[in-house]
Design a protein around this ligand. Sequence first.
Ligand code: PAF
Length: 280
Amino acid sequence: MNVVTTIADMRTLAESHRKKGRTIGFVPTMGFLHEGHLSLMREARKSCDIVVVSIFVNPTQFGPGEDFDRYPRDEKGDREKCEAEGIDVLFIPSAAEMYPPGDSVSVPVEGIADILEGASRPGHFRGVATVVARLFTIVGPHKAFFGQKDFQQTVVIERMATGLNMDVKIVVLPTVREQDGLAMSSRNSYLRADERRAAASLYRALSEGEGLIRSGVGAASKLKRAMRAVLEKEAGIEIDYLEIVDPESLVSLREIEHRAVLLVAARIGRTRLIDNVLIL
Ligand code: PAF
């Protein structure tokens, strides 16, 4: 595995693979890798000649008072996991190079980046779109892989890539879950044992909503009430939002007729978690 830490070296290496006609699959991450990330790497491995993984805890997507400083980091463990997955290139850029002094360029995605997560975390998606655009420009991937757990992020990145005419296919893969349904996330490591148990109720609430939709309930108000009731049974969960939206526009739905995504964001102690299920 090539471990690359400068933008120039990453560019040169990617360019040499492209010149040889090899396809590049890219998995951008913030590290502290778990099975969710590994599932993206395995899918990239299946369909691309070269798999590049990046690890960069991107400061611009964290708001003031958020968890940037305590975000879990384990570079040694991450390197071992990437080696074990047969990753070709691990790119670990520095913040100084990704955001040089005097840098004044960012990538806002209007509208969909300002609702839901964007409303709770102002500026978050501007940071995500900016770093992903920069990483795409450096790596030049044919395909990039993201987890459905960050559903709104995948929509923002799709819009950003389409809007900037980037020649990259965005591949979104299903959320990987723990046995009790909790979506895998690096932030789960913050949870105390009692919080960890309570956290499983996010997926229980989403499953309750999904079950009701499958049994013919279409009124979003009724579905949200039922989902809220599941979360409220659990002490210590503070709901940030519970929404049912159209998967493309992210516009809130009153009646579920075809496709929909059920989204939840909640705070458990000091940890903020998000999850969703897609109804096709
Ligand atoms: O999903 C993440 O881990 C991050 O938001 C991403 C896409 C790597 C950008 O920093």
